[in-house]
Design a protein around this ligand. Structure first.
Ligand SMILES: [Zn+2]
Length: 287
């Protein structure tokens, strides 16, 4: 059964506004040819959303799923780090976390907890899921969803912080420029270095958890969350789909084929329950 699932899987990500601070990389410099204007609606600026904020967001969702099955996972911080808030770290360890890497004596031979297995840890131990950046572009026809790309519209937001003192007549005190992507819709490409059923199970459950908690401050993605940014609709695209079926998901002119509907039923009724059961067993075994 697990051998029917490809090592490359895709998560659909849709959000009205995403702010990842200054870490969005744009192609505006070469696209602008020297006359770039931030607010020109004709700008066709594309760029890259790095995997770091996406990875943290996903990991947090997955950690919560393991907690709900009464398991513990590696704390994301290094055990020997000089935490600014030692008491918070200690509290986390009492609540569903263990020290990073405490779940394995020899990471070369032993898999540790499922989060350690997926995300890797200290030393040269790579995680078994590779999280890629999302390349975005405002021109829908050029977006290749099968390569983990998305339609998205780069915007630079300006915020003026003004004086509250009446005499100052709302004089600006400072100006903040924020890079943002609006109306993002596309695929996040994840590759498993090794496909284990519990990995796919945790991914499916984690993505559902994040979708169900999208307006919780803790589970929004990126910055400016107080302002409604990073509320993400997400779902795992059926891993049984072929490439042409994946493309069809994003084609507004075409509906799902019968074959796709059949695969959806197979996924929900057979595959998913079986892999989630494997996940539960692995968590039950303990780290
Ligand atoms: Zn662990």
């Amino acid at each position: 059964m697990i051998e029917d699932i490809d090592r490359d899987v895709f998560v659909r990500i849709q959000t009205d506004l995403l702010v990842v601070g200054d870490s969005i990389m744009t192609n505006r410099h070469h696209a602008s040819n020297g006359n770039y204007e931030d607010d020109d609606p004709q700008n066709q600026i594309g760029g890259i959303i790095p995997a770091f904020p996406l990875s943290g967001w996903l990991r947090h969702g997955m950690e919560r799923v393991v907690h709900e099955y009464d398991g513990t996972v590696c704390h994301p911080g290094e055990a020997n780090a000089n935490f600014m808030k030692e008491d918070i770290y200690e509290r986390d360890l009492k609540e569903n976390y263990h020290e990073k890497g405490a779940c394995t004596d020899n990471p070369k031979e032993d898999d540790g907890c499922v989060v350690f297995d997926l995300f890797g840890g200290f030393g040269n131990q790579p995680g078994k899921v590779m999280r890629r950046p999302i390349k975005f572009n405002p021109v829908r026809s050029t977006v290749d969803y099968t390569r983990g790309q998305a339609e998205g519209h780069y915007r630079r937001l300006n915020r003026n912080v003004v004086s509250r003192n009446r005499e100052d007549n709302r004089e600006p005190l400072r100006n903040v420029e924020v890079d943002a992507v609006a109306n993002l819709d596309g695929c996040w490409h994840l590759s498993f270095r090794e496909v284990k059923p519990e990995f796919i199970g945790l991914l499916a459950e984690g993505i559902d958890f994040l979708d169900g908690h999208k307006t919780d401050f803790m589970h929004q993605l990126g910055g400016a969350r107080n302002f409604g940014a990073g509320i993400v609709d997400c779902h795992l695209i059926n891993p049984l789909y072929e490439e042409c079926e994946l493309k069809r998901v994003f084609d507004r002119g075409k509906g799902n084929t019968n074959k796709m509907a059949e695969k959806d039923d197979q996924w929900t009724e057979e595959y998913r329950p079986a892999i989630v059961e494997t996940l539960e067993e692995r968590i039950e075994e303990g780290p």
